[in-house]
Design a protein around this ligand. Structure first.
Ligand code: CAO
Length: 441
């Protein structure tokens, strides 16, 4: 017969209502004695609560963010050894925000010590880590992370001092460590070495007036870390241009009723996708990625285009596959379907993967231009702003004419694309968009 035991919060040093910042086990997990179950964090300390016994997790009675005190049930274990009916977890392992010496050593090498070799595969074994060598922190300014995240970072050889925390109060989460390591792995050898970001100051804004703290969503944390990495990794240049879409808009509106009968909203973005396909075929370097070593350019023979979609939880980028094989109506249908499901959080992971190029349209909202951040490892992204009617000089009639002009903002990775090619790409888009016949051919 199996014995089930409730594991309770042990004596946590007189603290009351302490927040759970990590739940480290799931139902069905086999847990060994002394294995951490949850991490608590008070104003002054973070502490892991280890299991007093070995067993299988059958029920979890707390949730992330709950505030707990001594004696509250954490979970139910099916025991592999017999004890009483309820069992307090063993004494918590407390880690103050000034980490113990072992953590400091892993995080910040003292300046006098030779820099450690960066553990493979983050960098070649014989390459010293000039970044780690130069990072110095005053003891009180060490990065803020729970013990399990510190341990996780140590195992991967990740330097916490270089990682931006996306958790509450800038706390470094496991996902931040993962994103940092992925960024390091994706970075071509030799690139950006010696580049050090100063840690942002920890400011108590409530000293200056009332504040409200809102937790970032998971999407915001992940996309924030990725955008930050992409912004730093790829040397961005943004080429601005304007396309005359007067005739295109007229055509689109004339097709609106037909499309509506088929249940499709024929949007400008669908036509832009067609124009981008044509430009990618003409300038294949824009449909490429650098390999992780930075030695080769990988040219893709498929065309999958992502589009930035604003959702209540943050920015997501669904990808329309094989856009080159689809007509405008099918693209418009895909756009509506993917953006609706993105907003309902129903996208599958694979529907956000495999993109070759991204379009970010703020045209429905406003603005005259912006500098979009490349969705690496793609090498370019096209931003669209609000189209406006402007007086354009017609050389033939020698008169100004009112034309609907669409602002284009093309950001590209200057390691792969030269300025001349950037200007050629937007000029090509202008040509395609100004002549509907070319676009639909
Ligand atoms: N100029 C003028 N008007 C435009 C326009 C443009 N460039 N683009 C769209 N519009 C108009 C459309 O005509 C439409 O008006 P009607 O409803 O009267 O027809 C309205 O704006 C809404 O457009 P839409 O329904 O066609 O949507 P869309 O194709 O413009 O955009 C999507 C779809 C998913 C891209 C958009 O909803 C979105 O999420 N945009 C935000 C993207 C973003 O956040 N980018 C920033 C990324 S970095 O943080």
């Amino acid at each position: 017969m199996t014995t089930q035991k409730e594991i309770l919060v042990p004596d946590i040093g007189g603290f009351d209502a302490v927040e759970i910042i990590e739940v480290l086990v799931a139902v069905g997990d086999a847990v060994s004695k002394e294995q951490p179950l949850i991490t608590l964090e008070s104003d002054k300390a973070s502490m892991e609560i280890p299991s007093p016994v070995a067993g299988i997790v059958r029920e979890i009675k707390i949730r992330l963010g709950d505030k707990v005190s001594e004696g509250q049930p954490i979970l139910v274990l099916e025991l592999t050894e017999n004890t009483g009916a309820t069992t307090a977890a063993t004494a918590p392992v407390v880690t103050s925000f000034t980490p113990p010496a072992a953590d400091i050593a892993a995080t910040v090498p003292p300046p006098s010590r030779p820099a450690p070799a960066v553990p493979a595969p983050i960098a070649p074994k014989d390459t010293p880590n000039p970044v780690a060598e130069r990072v110095e922190f005053a003891p009180g300014k060490l990065p803020h992370a729970s013990p399990s995240v510190r341990r996780f970072a140590r195992e991967l050889g990740a330097n916490l001092a270089l990682i931006t925390g996306s958790g509450a109060h800038g706390r470094i989460l496991k996902e931040d460590v993962q994103a940092w390591v992925k960024g390091e792995l994706a970075r071509p050898r030799g690139e950006a070495q010696g580049f050090v970001l100063a840690a942002g100051p920890a400011i108590d804004f409530s000293k200056f007036g009332p504040i409200e703290t809102q937790a970032l969503t998971r999407i915001q944390k992940l996309s924030g870390a990725n955008l930050h990495r992409n912004w730093i990794t790829a040397p961005h240049v943004t080429q601005f241009d304007e396309a005359d879409i007067t005739d295109l808009e007229e055509f689109r509106k004339s097709m609106g009723d037909d499309a509506a009968k088929k249940g499709v909203k024929l949007t400008l973005l669908a036509f832009l996708m067609k124009a981008v396909v044509n430009a990618l075929r003409t300038y294949p370097k824009f449909n490429a990625s650098l390999d992780p070593d930075g030695e080769n350019l990988i040219l893709k023979q498929y065309i999958h285009i992502g589009f930035a979609c604003d959702t209540p939880d943050g920015l997501v980028v669904p990808v329309i596959r094989d856009v080159n094989q689809k007509d405008v109506m099918t693209i418009a249908r895909d756009l509506a379907d993917l953006s609706a499901r993105a907003r309902e959080r129903k996208l599958k992971v694979e529907e956000m993967q495999g993109g070759c190029f991204t379009i970010s349209s703020l045209g429905g909202i406003g603005g005259t231009a912006f500098t979009p951040i490349i969705n690496c490892p793609e090498v370019a992204i096209l931003g669209l702003s609000r189209a406006d009617t402007k007086p354009i000089w017609n050389k033939a009639t020698k008169a100004f004419e009112p034309r609907l002009m669409l602002p284009l903002s093309l950001s590209y990775d200057h390691r792969v694309i030269d300025g001349a090619d950037g200007a050629r790409f937007t000029s090509h888009l202008r040509l395609m968009l100004s002549d509907v016949r070319r676009l639909l051919l």
